[in-house]
Write a protein that binds this ligand. Structure first.
Ligand SMILES: Nc1ncnc2c1ncn2[C@@H]1O[C@H](COP(=O)(O)OP(=O)(O)OP(=O)(O)O)[C@@H](O)[C@H]1O
Ligand SMILES: [Mg+2]
Length: 264
């Protein structure tokens, strides 16, 4: 199973749009995916049009708001065929306090071990991280193996990127399995000089990690209001085409990683 954190400290760069559409296309390709919403904004459930009773808070603590026991399987919400979610929401504020009270080693173990299902029942565990840095985001990076960073090509500059990547390097010191695997340029508008220049810069900086850009596509911003992914809302939109390409790349990398190199 691959554990991928969709993370970027800057807000509004397309983290949730990427996590949801990528997760759904992987599920459509037959991969079994658990998408974990690590944000108090609770966007993942809204984007998918589901109303889970419980979520990540109950899954980790084993209790609901009234202190009653909740089973892990009750906290996981089926969202589509092959796709399950652990919802975020305002309860995550309490989860952060609760995590803060746990000893440091236990905190890491809580996320890295308790979310990972037994056996091989999942192919992908995808974390949709919140913007900024808080205790939960930091712990997610201790539980993940791969980081996928959406970078907006609409920002005036690559501001904040350097700090974010420096932070990743320090997280790697504590989790040596963690690797920056994908840099995904988002909100690409080929009519603007800014988009083209920023994309070029990213390609130079991240020769291995750079992915094809996700174009600016108004259909991607309309789909969540209907509780649909782009593959349900408008499968012929450029947004669908771009996210399909991204999920193919992830699947292909997985296949390559499993192949034993042949020397003869
Ligand atoms: N390629 C795109 N084309 C057009 N609109 C997009 C695209 N990607 C994302 N958006 C829109 O941009 C806004 C921000 O996207 P999203 O919520 O995915 O970002 P985020 O990084 O998760 O934000 P936050 O940091 O607040 O969690 C949303 O309204 C979304 O619909
Ligand atoms: Mg988000």
């Amino acid at each position: 199973m691959r554990k991928i954190a969709v993370a970027m400290a800057k807000g509004g760069v397309g983290k949730t749009t990427t996590a949801v559409n990528l997760a759904h296309d992987l599920a459509l390709q037959g991969q079994r995916v658990l998408l974990v919403d690590c944000d108090t904004q609770d966007q993942v459930a809204k984007f998918l049009g589901v109303k889970p009773a419980y979520g990540l808070y109950e899954f980790i603590t084993g209790r609901n708001g009234k202190g009653e026991p909740v089973l892990k399987k009750e906290a996981v919400c089926p969202a589509r065929e092959n796709l399950w979610i652990l919802a975020g929401g305002i309860k995550l504020v309490e989860l952060k306090y609760w995590l803060g009270e746990q000893p440091r080693e236990r905190r890491h173990a809580l996320l890295s071990q308790s979310i990972v299902p037994k056996g091989d029942s999942l192919d992908f565990l995808i974390f949709d991280c919140a913007p900024g840095w808080d205790l939960l985001s930091v712990n997610i990076l201790m539980a993940a193996q791969e980081v996928l960073c959406p970078v907006s090509l609409q920002a005036p500059a690559l501001e904040g990127l350097k700090t974010f990547f420096q932070y990743l390097v320090s997280a790697q010191k504590q989790n040596n399995q963690l690797a920056l695997k994908y840099v995904v340029p988002t909100l690409f508008d080929r009519r603007t000089r800014q988009s083209i220049d920023l994309y070029r810069k990213l390609k130079r900086l991240f020769t291995r990690q750079i992915c094809d850009p996700i174009r600016y596509n108004v259909r991607l911003s309309e789909a969540p209001a209907d509780g649909k992914t782009i593959f349900e809302f408008d499968p012929r939109a450029t947004g669908a085409e771009d996210y399909r390409k991204l999920s193919r790349r992830l699947i292909d990398d997985g296949i390559r990683a499993q192949q034993v190199p042949r020397f003869f």
